[in-house]
Ligand binder design. Sequence first.
Ligand code: PXP
Length: 254
Amino acid sequence: MRQDASSDRVRGLRLGVNVDHVATLRQLRGTPYPDVLRAARVCAAAGAHGITVHLREDRRHIQEHDVHTLKAWGGLPLNLEMAAVPAMVEFALAVRPDEVCLVPERRLERTTEGGLDVATRRAELAPVVRALTDAGIVVSLFIEPEPAHLEAAASIGAPYVELHTGRYCTAEGSEAARELDRLVHAARLGHRIGLRINAGHGIHLGNLPGILEIPHLDTLNIGHSLVCEAVFIGLEAAVRAMLEGMRAYRGGRS
Ligand code: PXP
């Protein structure tokens, strides 16, 4: 039931939906809902090309069982974002998601705040890229759009990089134009040296036009804005369903 992600690309792009914040809502209350697998199924039905989850060290949203469940479902390719630490590498080698995106992780950050410093961590990252690749997992490195990191990523054999779009997505005016230029140049350089290019972080409908200017993109990974928009697109239907439930109930005590 896995989709052929190459045949139904949109403008040559795949959309990977990050469902972390579905799990955030669940963890906030300790309830069994909202169900991450149900969310993944909705994404698949809507035409998404992949599901992304970040298993953070503090387990603030996605849990190990979510990754196992999504992998067992197999309805869409699974991209696991994780830190390049031994425990996570061991976990990934056991679960075998389709893709792993290596990200830097700081315990108290609200979200991933910057890219991996591949240029200085090359020696440490190279064996991780190799081990995951040897296991048949497609590896991506989440980086700032800087030539040094692109060149380092290519030199250690990473097939993909994911360009951190966060700065562009929150910038305005001339700063936004500068950040977009950095992304465009990085994508061109990456393509020239044989890397495949993904992009993600902070993308929403408002800044999407700029993102679509970036050449050579393969996949956009988007999470937070989709879950936020789902509140407004879905709240009316949820309220109607609750009212219908109240109307339909035939029991009651006096
Ligand atoms: N890509 C990476 C590597 C990320 O860490 C995140 C956030 O977890 C995203 C994409 C998605 O970012 P957002 O939730 O802002 O759309």
